[in-house]
Design a protein around this ligand. Structure first.
Ligand code: NAD
Length: 473
């Protein structure tokens, strides 16, 4: 079995205790990682703290060159990293609509390259006979990155590259379900970056909690569930540590009566089912006008029945397994509650009779708000299609949820759809699309989907604090 070490101060570290990483397509362990503890967290923070002065003062061009070299190392090791991502997450190498580990690793390269080229401008707000006043963006110090299991490598890149670009050093804690591609990435980056600039400790939530409570961490960037995000904010409060929190979503998609159903259904299906629904900004509640409800249900069901589910390492697989047993339990529990609520299972609804954590792609009709499957984030291959009659009312229903990550309006009239999209209470609103992200457009949630944004200059600024410099004349 392949073994992966932690990295602290540029060197591999073992703890003497290990945990196994399971391939969700087989249910079997395929890798072994180090179980870190508070002493490793302390060591990693100390190394990052010591590396901060030199890294933050490294010339911009040199920092950019080193980060481009990191992108190059990811690219040079792309097939290996794709294999690790597929084995730990279960997501296919290719995947539904090309959304799989190829996209995860390719996106990691693209995000690294784009973010590295970003420039934080100095803002001159006064320059006259009295004084010159400049506003600078300064790095914060040691940034902690805590990541989930659904897009482990890509999300780690989203955290770490802007943190480093802005001149911070980092301590990372990947999900205990999917640490290996992140560990391999840190190993590659450690061969390029100065010792202590990037550090990684592996283990469970206790390791994450030790990091967020550490007094020498200046900022936590966390992607994961809303309950864990709340715990992190409480823990960070002790030291007034800044937080960016990218949390759960329960995104609504609203199909207006004038939408061209045959055109949009493949996009709706992809938005809901790619990565088996295990994407924060996947479409999780599909509201369809009563005039087109049956047509949409029928077309979505046909796609669900024809999608190829299997081991992500096999060519042509579109959907893999649910990533872990606890998540499969959540999906099965929500399916059961949908049955009790009188939902009609148009297709699917059962765990698949094979090894691993496979669940049938499932579409449920006949439910409405108030059912758990509609109100809660399933984070799996099960989607409710909900009937509505009045557009104003459905916007209000979409907004009634505690989450506010993304939302979409589907219509042939894009002007009207854009107006309605702006009434959705969410960080990203799409017209005739859902879940589409790119490195230059800010992405983040409102309400209980979190605070702060990632990507582009807006995201980069979150890894800095403002310093006003006044030069009296
Ligand atoms: P999770 O909250 O269970 O775990 C995420 C990470 O937090 C793991 O590394 C875990 O070890 C760590 N952790 C657990 N307890 C902790 C504590 N007390 N202190 C510090 N760290 C702790 O989330 P998950 O199940 O891995 O991920 C799924 C969730 O993530 C879904 O709700 C999904 O919507 C959300 N998500 C959000 C985004 C976004 O950008 N908004 C992106 C991806 C996933």
């Amino acid at each position: 079995m392949q073994q992966f070490d932690m990295y602290i101060n540029g060197s591999p570290v073992q703890s003497g205790n290990t945990f196994d990483v399971i391939n969700p397509a087989t249910g079997q362990a395929f890798a072994r990682c180090q179980l870190g503890d508070v002493s490793h967290v302390d060591g990693a923070v100390r190394a990052a703290r010591a590396a901060f002065p030199a890294w933050s003062r490294t010339a911009e061009d040199e920092r950019k060159q080193l980060l481009h070299a990191v992108a190059g190392a990811i690219e040079a090791n792309m097939p290996e990293l794709m294999g690790l991502v597929t084995m730990e997450t279960g997501k296919p190498m290719g995947g539904l609509n090309g959304i799989g580990s190829g996209m995860e690793v390719g996106g990691s390269i693209a995000w690294t390259q784009y973010t590295t080229e970003l420039q934080l401008p100095v803002d001159v707000i006064q320059d006259n006979d009295d004084a010159r006043i400049e506003v600078h963006r300064k790095p914060l110090g040691v940034v902690a990155s805590i990541t989930p299991w659904n897009w482990p490598l890509l999300i780690a890149i989203w955290h770490v590259i802007p943190a480093l670009r802005a001149g911070n050093t980092v301590v990372m804690k990947p999900s205990e379900f999917t640490p290996v591609s992140t560990l391999r990435f840190v190993q590659l980056a450690s061969e390029i970056l100065p010792a202590g600039v990037i550090n990684i400790v592996t283990g469970g939530g206790d390791v994450g909690a030790a990091i967020t409570a550490h007094p020498d961490i200046q900022k936590v960037i966390f992607t994961g569930s809303t309950p864990t995000g709340k715990r992190i904010m409480q823990s960070a409060a002790g030291n007034l540590t800044r937080c960016t929190l990218e949390l759960g979503g329960n995104d609504a998609g609203i199909v207006l009566p004038d939408a061209n159903i045959q055109d949009i259904v493949p996009k709706l299906f992809g938005a809901a089912f790619h990565n088996n629904g295990q994407t924060c900004a996947a479409l999780k509640r599909l509201y369809v006008h009563e005039s087109q409800y049956d047509e949409v249900c029928e077309a979505m069901t046909a796609l669900a029945q024809n999608v190829k589910v299997g081991d992500g390492l096999e060519e042509g697989t579109e959907l893999g397994p649910v990533q872990n047993q606890p998540q499969l339990d959540i999906v099965m529990d929500l399916a059961e509650s949908a049955r009790v609520d009188g939902g009609t299972f148009l297709t699917g609804g059962q765990r698949m009779d094979r090894d691993g954590y496979f669940f049938e792609p499932t579409i449920v009709a006949g439910l409405t708000d108030g059912s758990r499957l509609v109100d809660e984030e399933p984070f799996g291959p099960i989607v409710p299609i909900i009937k509505y009659t009045d557009v104003d009312e459905v916007i209000e229903r979409a907004n009634r949820n505690a989450s506010g990550l993304g939302g979409s309006i589907w219509s042939s009239d894009t002007d009207r759809a854009a107006e309605l999209a702006q009434r959705l209470e969410c960080g990203s609103a799409w017209v005739n699309d859902h879940g589409a992200i790119q490195p230059d457009a800010p992405f983040g949630g409102v309400k209980q989907s979190g605070m702060g944004v990632e990507f582009g200059l807006y995201g980069l600024e979150e890894f800095t604090s403002l310093q006003t410099l006044k030069i009296a004349k």
